[in-house]
Write a protein that binds this ligand. Sequence first.
Ligand code: GLN
Length: 229
Amino acid sequence: MMRVGIAMLQGARHEHYQAIKLASMEMQQEVEVVELRKSEQVDSSIDGLILPGGESTTMRIASLSESLLEGLFDWMTQYPDRPVLGTCAGAILLAQPTQGRERFINLDIARNAWGRQKFSFEAGVEVTLETPEQSTNVEIELTRDKFNHKPLPMGNDAINSESEQFPGVFIRAPRFIQDSIKCQPVAHLSQEVVGVLQGEKLALTFHPELTGDRRFHRWLIGRIMDSKQ
Ligand code: GLN
């Protein structure tokens, strides 16, 4: 049984929880999802890690009492072969860990570089990363939340059902400084690199957990499966 840890610092944690669960169903794999809140939990039993998006400064502050971030960085240093998916603020943490630590992805990143919240957007992203196919189709019903709000039906259909593009949701997103990138580009928005892979670290400036396309979550599970063989 695989164990995937989600850093429960702040931000889009619960959406990642659901996305990885659904991805495991799509791949017919048993995955235990561990909500990481204390650094002691980030131990050798964690096979892969998700660093969600949100607000990286708030995450750093939220981490102070339990030093979760330091535990996550230690784990990533100790197990460089275990896969990590860092999205948006999670990508910022990979590129700019705490001072004095070597960065996990070799590039410079600019926070909030598309402008303010109202300049958030959704756009088709070209993906060149190889990701596992889904072996079964998992449809979820979009139910109303406790406020009686209906969720947006985001996913491939919302963008362009004819294309293979990924529905990129960019919320006050950072941007990779293009000429600083010294790792493998795996996702583009027009000409701009918005996703990179360095070893087993996958960093995206957008939010894949807010869509119905779970290929990046399947990637994480696929990498764990390969490493366990
Ligand atoms: N603006 C956030 C930051 O700088 C990142 C945005 C996000 O994760 N959606 O931390």
